[in-house]
Design a protein around this ligand. Sequence first.
Ligand SMILES: NC(=O)c1ccc[n+]([C@@H]2O[C@H](COP(=O)([O-])OP(=O)(O)OC[C@H]3O[C@@H](n4cnc5c(N)ncnc54)[C@H](O)[C@@H]3O)[C@@H](O)[C@H]2O)c1
Length: 482
Amino acid sequence: MSTNGHLDVPSRNANGHFPNGSTDSLLKSTAVSISPTTSSSIHTLYRQQSLSFSLGSTIRPSKVLHPTSTGELRILLLENISQGAVSYFKSQGFQVDWFPKAWSEDELLEKIGQYHAIGIRSKTKITERVIKSASKLLAIGCFCIGTNQVDLLTAAKAGIPVFNSPFSNSRSVAELVIAEIVALSRQLCDRAREMHDGVWNKVSKGCWEVRGKTLGIVGYGHIGSQLSVLAEAFGMRVIFYDVINIMPLGSARQVESLDKLLSEADFVTLHVPELPETKGMIGAKQLKLMRKGAYLINNARGKVVDIPALIDALKSGHLAGAALDVYPSEPGANGPHFNDNLNDWATSLRSLNNIILTPHIGGSTEEAQQMIGEEVSQALSRYLNYGSTVGSVNFPEVDLRAIAADEKNFVRVCHVHVNQPGVLRQINEILSDHNVEKQFSDSKGDVAYLMADIADVDEHDIQSIHDRINKTRANIITRLLA
Ligand SMILES: NC(=O)c1ccc[n+]([C@@H]2O[C@H](COP(=O)([O-])OP(=O)(O)OC[C@H]3O[C@@H](n4cnc5c(N)ncnc54)[C@H](O)[C@@H]3O)[C@@H](O)[C@H]2O)c1
């Protein structure tokens, strides 16, 4: 317990990361009260104003929970993570060490023990060895879409949630598809290439407006639905196919089968995840079902399309064009690598007319990078300061409504434990001496997470709750926030 009434005691017992009673992890903290609505959302402001007007009262601000005093939680940021994220972490009172490059496993093994959180992109590998030597690590932020670079299972078992930003580039992909629809329809890339070669080739044959044409979207998720709205604004008719029933946006229409979509659409665009059932989803049979003169666009995942079959469909003139941003095998670095060594049909694909080939840039925009920085830094801070695991990829998602700033003598218990019978009985026995204001728990695989807000506790109670929970057999990490 710190002198100002705040306590955060990370301790682990499952793999011996944190010796029980380690004074090293008893961290001081500072309480600062701010308005709960720092968001500039007009809806939030409107709601706040109208509520206080109609009820004649003001909304109770939330208490800002801090596990440590300024500068005591240390965050390591590798791989040139945005300065916006650095500023945000600093504004939350964290100490930040920022490096432009990825670290090797040896470098991580040497230094990771000093840090409470780490932010990486795709090049730094967080292996089992790294996690086992990360004695203070509480959370991992992947400032990117994928999380393959982290041993997610080992992290979860060590009580470390991993956050990423899967949907921050949806708009960027949707906009690229719109550009590709127009470019394919007008054979834009061929005309541009000819001009670069000094050839003037003014033609209108086979060039079309997109107004009134039918766009078939396969997978109506984050990207597919954004695209639907943009395409309608262009005057296109939109149909979509998805494995779940989804409320269409605007005048879009869901069709009952992929075959139906393929036979109706002038443009077919793929926005499904890579799953066993989506691998090879578009092969020779499906291409044949597409309308003669139609176009195929794949910005989803490389294995969704059978590319040799697509090459045949383009060569025969059945399809009028295609755009590919993703491939079954992609080079690990920039350079002249898109050749037959990588995929044995590469030369054949590159030689075709009216095919747009891009190097997996669908989501690569400045805006998407900025959003990734904001989203992941906020998710990490919400976990470190408030215990929320919403958005974590390897953890049960648990959150509690905020503690109001005027609610005194509260403590929030954040208890990560092994998912086994009898844990809740044991924990509730410990908490039952106190007033449990709210409590929520959930599990994912071998790991479970419980959050509880306890009222009317003093310093002695807090220390006792912590010590008793920490000694339970299933405890992985227990943190108390106030
Ligand atoms: N090119 C890029 O740079 C880039 C960038 C971001 C995302 N992506 C890829 O785009 C794809 C879509 O991303 P998202 O964010 O829209 O995903 P999402 O999870 O929001 O949406 C996917 C949709 O596909 C549907 N679906 C799943 N299986 C299906 C099937 N067999 N048939 C029809 N529909 C099916 C789901 O129900 C869901 O509605 C993913 O594969 C993602 O990896 C590519």
